[in-house]
Design a protein around this ligand. Structure first.
Ligand SMILES: *Cc1c(COP(=O)(O)O)cnc(C)c1O
Length: 224
């Protein structure tokens, strides 16, 4: 049941906040609805989780259209976005979590009709299969993005490898937090960089302890 799952996730978020002396309001639970249908997506919204995330263009657009009466939903796009799809999706979303190249940035700049809130995806773990820019490239990437005034760098995003220990997860999330603070301290135009998008079903409590402000949770909310 979605409501039972949500209650458990919520308890774990609160526990992690307490452990880290953080306020619950500092963490936004984003329901990753990419594997579930419209009914389950509406169900989680009706339970009060109004941030939803999708990772594929067509399913996202059809869900959003079907839910147009629910104007309280904030839509996050968390997947790899192909350049040719930017045009159809970028003005439909509230947050984009996977900015990792200048080509993509240039396309967003060209197609956006307003400022787009973006997270830079960083490949902290160094996993080869992972998307995201290398940590060593982050500073220059942020500086190059200053030229794109339609892009607002709201924060950084990462994923820990699926099979990683709690220690590894903690190290990765801590490193992203340090990078976020370093960028934020520079007060760069269009890069406030105050947010940290990190933590999924198997590691969100650790991510919250390490400073996550957006956690992206799918299977823990929607499992049978
Ligand atoms: C699927 C996905 C999630 C959610 O994963 P779960 O393990 O189901 O919680 C979070 N972030 C990204 C980028 C994803 O693709």
């Amino acid at each position: 049941m979605i409501s039972d799952n949500l209650r458990k996730v919520e308890q774990e978020v609160q526990k992690a906040c307490a452990l880290a002396s953080r306020k619950r309001e500092e963490v936004t639970l984003v329901a990753v609805t990419k594997t579930v249908d419209l009914a389950s997506t509406m169900a989680i919204v009706n339970q009060g989780v109004t941030h939803c995330a999708e990772n594929r263009v067509e399913p996202f657009l059809s869900k959003k259209a079907a839910m147009k009466d629910q104007s309280n939903v904030t839509w996050h796009f968390i997947g790899n976005l192909q350049r040719r799809k930017v045009k159809t999706v970028i003005n439909e979303i509230d947050y984009f979590h996977a900015l990792d190249s200048l080509t993509l940035a240039a396309e967003i700049q060209k197609r956006a009709t307003r400022k787009i809130r973006c997270f830079i995806e960083v490949n902290v773990s160094g996993e080869e299969a992972k998307q995201g820019i290398q940590p060593a490239m982050l500073q220059s990437f942020v500086e190059e993005l200053i030229a794109y005034d339609k892009i607002e760098i709201v924060g950084l995003m990462t994923m820990a490898p699926f099979h990683s220990s709690e220690m590894e997860q903690r190290t990765i999330f801590h490193q992203l937090h340090m990078m976020q603070q370093s960028i934020a301290a520079q007060k760069i135009v269009n890069a406030p960089c105050l947010e940290l998008s990190m933590g999924m079903s198997n590691d969100f409590p650790i991510a919250v302890e390490e400073g996550a402000t957006f956690i992206r949770v799918g299977s823990a909310l929607f499992k049978e």
